[in-house]
Write a new protein. Sequence first.
Length: 153
Amino acid sequence: MRVIGDAGEQLGVMPTEEALRQAKEQLLDLVEISPKAVPPVCKIMDFGKYQYQKSREDRQNKSKQKKSDIKGIRLSVRTDEHDLEFKKNQAEKFLTKGSKVKIEIMLKGREKAHQDLARKNLEEFIKMISFPNKMEQEVKRYPGGFNVILAPE
């Protein structure tokens, strides 16, 4: 097998027993890096330290990822003006923080007969939002009413 030292230097091709003996002399581990290569490549290293650094690197990369939250706002055909204003402010707050906003208008009972009115109310609510946004998903019909997803520009 081809052996690489702790500092990254090539130690050459040697039998497995010799590589293990050298690793034990340095109080380190012999780790197989590329088993499919001819001959297989192994490295002498502190495996515990390697695992720790790898987990730390993964944690750091995970913290740098931007999570895309979807916040929800539910309306009704009968939602009053003041409540609409409050929900509009909430939607703008969510958009300023970088979250996507899913706006749903719920239809219950006989309201389902007035789907055109519900769609119009939803579109008017979207026009009320002053923060720059784009529709990530158009107004869609689903069994309980309509919904739309807005994202900040």
